[in-house]
Design a protein around this ligand. Sequence first.
Ligand SMILES: [Zn+2]
Ligand SMILES: [Zn+2]
Ligand SMILES: [Zn+2]
Length: 594
Amino acid sequence: MVLDAHDIYLTLWRHIVISGQSEEVARGLKACTADSEIISFVRRVADDSIGEPFELKELQGDGKNEAKAIECRKLGNEKFHPKIKEYVKAIAYYNESIALSKDGSETLAIAYANRSAVCYELKEYTDCLQNIRLARENSYPEQLLFKLDNREKDCLKRLAENDHKQLEKDDVPRKPKLSYKPNPKLPHISDCLELKEDDQFGRYLVTNRNLSAGDIVIEETPFSSLLVSDRRYMNCDYCHDDQFLTLIPCKSCTVTMFCSTNCQHKAMDTYHRIECSVIKDMQSLFTKVILMALRTTTTAISTFDYNLEELRLHVESIDEKSLNPFKLNWTNIDSKQVYSTIHILATNQSLRSASDLVQRSVYAIIMSELLFRNTELGKLCDNNESHDLIRTLLFRHAQTSPVNMHSIMFMDYTPKENEKYSQLNLGCGSFPILSMINHSCAPNLVRMTLPNGNVVALVNRPIKKGGQLFDNYGYHHCLESLDERQSGLLGQYCFRCQCEACKLNYPLFVNLPHAKFPPSVKPPIDYDEMDRLAEHDMATALRKIPEYCRFLNMFDSQYPNYEVSSVQEALLRCYQIVFSKQSRKVRYKDLCSL
Ligand SMILES: [Zn+2]
Ligand SMILES: [Zn+2]
Ligand SMILES: [Zn+2]
């Protein structure tokens, strides 16, 4: 059993505590004047106490595995069986089989052929033809080729007859627009937003005009992003699109698939060139948050064209205090400058405990060891300075990621559950501007992911001119008690929340008082309409948006109350219906069991 990185850290920290060294370690860490010293110090402590903790002898590495590929194919066949008809699950197994198969092998060809059979049942004839072509290009058994030929003929016939499901206009998400004029230098944010800084709030965003519920004020592209590992056989690793009927595998590793050769090349040109040989082990060792530190580091390295000396000099030249993302011209910004804005995101290092710093150092050491041993970074790092650079970047982003990264979401469709559509995590990304927004347990905006992976900020409570924008970092007064929020935020983000909800101890959703509105105002929530929104009915969503916004703008003075919180939820759902990424599998709800 391979220990994961957290277990290795726990073993080390327990040893430090039991042997009575924790104060000495805390003092040692305080005396360090640079990140590289912290990491070296932790390494020495580890070597002295638990010996060689970072050898990770049991790690498997990665490599194509024909036996496993055949096993996955069999599991796919079980799901494809006419009595089961769980076609989307069958696809996930066939995709895993494709990812595990050797390039050019018969196993690969059969997995493609099986995927073509599913496409045929799902009436996706163009995708079916593509899978047939892929099966033929690999070593599909000659004696069975007639099967593919027949399927191809059937497909062409069906396409000619036009017997396939056309996407209805209402199924296609729309593109949102900023509600106010874009800032000329930052076209992805409205010109009413300004960056402020003070001792109490650090850096934060304010508006210089009144904002209303329903306004969209930011649409930002991530600098680096990561697909969660449980979606690796359903979504493109690069653009995260759920083109699961036609994914193609990385030729080397077994955990990465792409929607196209275009995305494959882009991933190879950025993070995957370095990560390919280690990503499977990394996924078994680290959580998503820490993998995001790896992804940000590998993206930074590729941004500097693998020139570590240039990257090191660039990082050393960044003046954290004077670098202001609002003063950069984003219309012609160079990606090296974008990295600077990610590099300076808050680490909260001075607020972190000794055990926290030991933990993040251990992660940086394990990650860098794997990178030096198994990737081209081993050769690229030809002096101590470049080794230090990689370790310190990983250490830095292992601190910035948990504080700043944002989830990338999509609307999943699960017809068997109460809530047919639910928001699920697809991955996470690093966003320079969105990261500047502070937290409140009673926020005035929500984030929403667009199909292209951009994230927008949607105002859901009116904000007065001069007021601060507040996001929610996962601790909302409707869902968690004051104690839970305070300890959660302190643990993950190192601050004691003093938002209005914490100061005034706002109740949980179930205990919220009802709003008082005059008899002329209709109750905002109509349960028939809620049912239609639960079915993602586009027309209802478009109709309800202005009504909900009006209600939120009118009754915010009574916040917190049951009606406003319910309408906030309903408004977000409407926006998700109109603008968000929806699971592709909903298209197949009448053709198979989901
Ligand atoms: Zn893609
Ligand atoms: Zn790969
Ligand atoms: Zn709070």
